[in-house]
Design a protein around this ligand. Structure first.
Ligand SMILES: Cc1cc2nc3c(=O)[nH]c(=O)nc-3n(C[C@H](O)[C@H](O)[C@H](O)COP(=O)(O)OP(=O)(O)OC[C@H]3O[C@@H](n4cnc5c(N)ncnc54)[C@H](O)[C@@H]3O)c2cc1C
Ligand SMILES: NC(=O)c1ccc[n+]([C@@H]2O[C@H](COP(=O)([O-])OP(=O)(O)OC[C@H]3O[C@@H](n4cnc5c(N)ncnc54)[C@H](O)[C@@H]3O)[C@@H](O)[C@H]2O)c1
Length: 464
């Protein structure tokens, strides 16, 4: 016997929860299938615990920059308390609170591993092996997210590497940590672990710089800050081997015969879509790959498709919680019959790396804009050049930049590197989405003394 719903969502991470919430609020009978914890990677092994672990070290670094406050910082992070706070922030890895919300939203939660079994049909295998078959009259939404990719490095799997779950869930700070990959996870967690008290942290990045997807000055600024606080950064290196002798440390080989020893090795080289066991082949899609979507989040490549959607990390478009939630709200609207289109996930993605200095960026980098054939002009200003920044403490650096489309006189990309720049980002996102002409932006007056005065400097540098 199959159970009938209007909408079935597979995966209850931030994307799945928001899709299900939207369709249920619109009056559709909605089922949400989850094999592990309602809340997904973000709540328990991603955004939330990583930011909780970053915060104590950040606060101390902030205080050390302020004359008068600095002498009060006489100790180090209390690791046990920091980990306790992390545990609190992840609700001790219990999803009871989120399940209360699911119930209150009128969503039917189906526990187990979901799999497509042909068009509009989902089979769910529970932990006890029992199987339920669900059918959807309107839509199936895939929201199964990703897991950490492990590169084919000789000996790495046998060396028991850490992934994002291990590092965000750490119970003890490793004395020496080696990080493979200098992207967002590698950068954030390298600094967090160092500031929690690790003696040595080494980041091995294959590309030419840290945070390769951002403006070059962003990765360079982070590398400079890392080296100043004793984090070793090696860029442009090929990691060739990893070897752990029994329960001892791991030796990671790289480059031309060099190696570094760590008590743990964190692998942070990107993500793999969770589609290898999702029954994609039953609807003509290839398993193990991201589910490609159009601007209505409909899966492409399925014949006559008007029922299968994919939102969040699983579609590989913009691997960020807020973008998954945005796509989820859109998909809810599309399923409810509205003419909703995704206008942001490819060109106007806001992103923050919560390192110190922070790297906050939205839209296109200069290189991306030029690759698209846009006639752009780029202006920069030092983040430390405004009163709002230098009142935050001594020696704060960083660079802010806007990329201006000269044909339309609007901003298509912005990057803010420095202390506390994350909260500046939404102003740039609004300017880009709203296509606000620079001459109009000139009348958006930033308060004194705030870091937002970098806007004034940027527009002055442009010539206004
Ligand atoms: C360390 C780390 C830090 C991060 N920090 C940030 C940050 O600060 N800001 C930010 O925006 N993003 C951050 N991210 C990215 C963010 O976590 C993801 O973009 C987000 O979790 C994606 O949401 P999702 O719902 O698409 O997938 P997920 O959160 O991965 O959820 C997918 C859910 O589907 C379930 N599932 C999978 N397969 C099945 C199946 N077959 N049947 C049933 N259930 C299934 C999983 O158990 C999971 O609960 C971070 C990621 C990591 C790893
Ligand atoms: N603050 C945030 O919003 C936040 C924080 C963490 C993660 N995330 C999301 O999670 C995603 C995954 O993060 P990630 O750091 O795993 O991936 P990433 O794509 O950000 O970075 C991976 C890095 O690993 C490097 N790399 C790849 N193979 C390598 C190898 N064999 N040896 C050495 N370096 C190698 C790449 O050049 C790249 O710089 C991010 O893309 C981001 O969307 C977001």
């Amino acid at each position: 016997m199959s159970e009938q719903f209007d909408v079935i969502v597979i995966g209850a991470g931030p994307a799945g929860e928001n899709a299900a919430g939207r369709t249920a609020a619109g009056g559709l009978r909605t089922a949400m299938v989850e094999k592990q914890l309602v809340g997904g990677e973000c709540s328990y092994w991603g955004c939330v615990p990583s930011k909780a672990l970053i915060r104590p070290g950040d606060v101390l670094a902030d205080a050390r920059r302020v004359p008068g406050a600095a002498p009060a910082v006489t100790g180090t992070v209390d690791v046990a308390a920091a980990l306790g706070w992390r545990d609190y922030m992840v609700s001790s890895y219990s999803d009871a609170g989120q399940v209360d919300w699911v119930d209150s939203a009128g969503i039917t939660l189906v526990r187990g591993r979901g799999r497509l079994a042909g068009p509009r049909t989902v089979e769910v295998v529970a932990d006890d092996g029992s199987v339920r078959t669900l059918t959807a009259s309107r839509a199936v939404v895939l929201a199964t997210g990703t897991s950490a990719a492990v590169p084919p490095i000789d000996g790495l799997r046998d060396a028991r590497p850490w992934d994002n779950r291990d590092v965000t869930g750490l119970k003890e700070v490793p004395r020496r940590l080696v990080v493979i990959g200098g992207g967002t996870i590698g950068v954030e967690m390298a600094q967090a672990v160092k500031r929690l008290g690790a003696e040595s942290v080494t980041v091995l990045e294959g590309g030419p710089r840290l945070l390769a997807r951002e403006e070059p000055f962003a990765g360079d600024a982070v590398q400079e800050a890392f080296e100043a606080e004793g984090i070793t950064v090696r860029t442009g290196v090929k990691v060739t081997s990893a070897h752990r002798a029994d329960d001892g440390p791991v030796r990671v080989g790289f480059g031309d015969g060099e190696s570094v020893v760590g008590d743990e090795v964190l692998v942070a080289v990107g993500r793999r879509s969770a589609t290898s066991d999702l029954g994609l082949e039953t609807v003509g899609l290839e398993p193990g790959r991201p589910v490609a979507v159009d601007d209505r989040l409909l899966a492409t490549g399925v014949e006559g498709n008007d029922w299968l959607y994919a939102v969040g990390d699983v579609n590989g478009v913009a691997l960020l919680t807020h973008m998954g939630k945005y796509q989820a709200r859109l998909v809810g609207d599309v399923i409810l019959g509205k003419d909703a289109r995704d206008k942001a996930s490819r060109d106007v993605v806001p992103r923050v790396t919560f390192s110190d200095p922070q790297v906050a960026a939205v839209g296109l980098t200069e290189e991306q804009a030029r690759d698209r054939g846009l006639d752009v002009r780029v202006v920069t200003t030092p983040t430390g050049g405004v009163s709002g920044t230098y009142l935050l403490g001594d020696g704060l650096g960083g660079t802010c930049q806007i990329v201006v489309d000269e044909a339309r006189h609007v901003i298509v990309g912005a990057t803010f590197v420095g202390a506390h720049t994350a909260e500046l980002l939404h102003s740039a996102t609004i300017a880009i989405v709203g296509e606000v002409p620079l001459e109009t932006l000139w009348h958006a007056v930033p308060s004194f003394p705030t870091v937002s005065e970098v806007w004034l400097r940027l527009l002055e540098a442009y010539g206004l």
